[in-house]
Design a protein around this ligand. Sequence first.
Ligand SMILES: NC(=O)c1ccc[n+]([C@@H]2O[C@H](COP(=O)([O-])OP(=O)(O)OC[C@H]3O[C@@H](n4cnc5c(N)ncnc54)[C@H](OP(=O)(O)O)[C@@H]3O)[C@@H](O)[C@H]2O)c1
Length: 318
Amino acid sequence: MKQITTLGHSAHTVNRIGLGCMGMSEFYGSFDENESIRTLHKALDMGVNFFDTADMYGSGANEKLLGKAFKGRWDDLVLATKFAIMRGPKGEFLGVNGKPEYIRKACDQSLQNLGIESIDLYYMHRKDPEVEIEETVGAMAELIKLGKVKSIGLSEVDPETLKRAHAVHPITALQTEYSLWSREPENELFGICKELGITFVAYSPLGRGFLTGAIKSRADLEEGDFRLNNPRFTEEAIRKNLEFVDVIDKLAQSKGVTKAQVALAWILSQNDEITTIPGTRKVHRLEENMGALDVELTAEDLAYIEASMPSETIGTRY
Ligand SMILES: NC(=O)c1ccc[n+]([C@@H]2O[C@H](COP(=O)([O-])OP(=O)(O)OC[C@H]3O[C@@H](n4cnc5c(N)ncnc54)[C@H](OP(=O)(O)O)[C@@H]3O)[C@@H](O)[C@H]2O)c1
């Protein structure tokens, strides 16, 4: 399988499996800074060179964690962070902001949190419904001129917004949820990315952990875990959605690989440019997930997946 790719309209060459760092600071239960830093260092040692964070993960804590872990090693990696989702002093969610003045301030804060002078890939995390995309992307392009950002991306935008944004300034990457239980980007977004030379970055590729088989009931989630409020993780939804895991498990067993590896290899098999950023806080899971690069899914395997997966996922993504 092709292991590296150049992110569209940028000079960044990345391993097709990067590392999502969100869970190291928030959302998926308790975390341990030392374990996270060990995982980040191990990732670099293994050749992982694409790391994903956002200013809102842990209200700045996630960027600061990466700043600490990667001090002096920034040349070895491509760092992506995001702006737009505002948090208050107690972590409360304050809405989405895509206004130029806010973007300039958010960028300076991210640079400070990370301890760097330029962000490799700066994403708009969510679109501000009150601000035209041209205005937001125009402000992002200004940051490139100032040398504070090297390339720009968008997250979770619709096809029309993506096209309008790209007309203002080349978009390097579109980050959107994509996995065996979230396949909507196949309808239109993949085609637009291909046409415009935009790299598709698949987030939550393990279905927030569900597709690995690690979550069989709500009791497997710690109190305070974001997933307990996610419609796909009600007891009823879990019970029905486990049919996805059964199919993955059968294929994994027949190939002598793990379920996480099947889920990731399937994403990479969709086209040669797609890149993904599975999240983990643990070294052993990082090693397991990177092993997906060596898993070849045959045409027969892919046909089995198409024919056997449930036709619908129970519960909306958010
Ligand atoms: N743009 C956006 O709006 C957006 C939204 C969500 C996420 N993201 C980005 O995408 C990244 C990945 O998405 P995600 O973290 O939501 O979901 P994910 O990668 O689908 O799954 C992460 C979960 O799976 C567990 N896990 C990882 N490898 C495993 C394995 N081999 N076996 C069993 N469990 C495993 C992790 O737990 P452990 O940590 O305990 O291993 C974690 O709970 C995030 O870190 C973030 O950077 C972006």
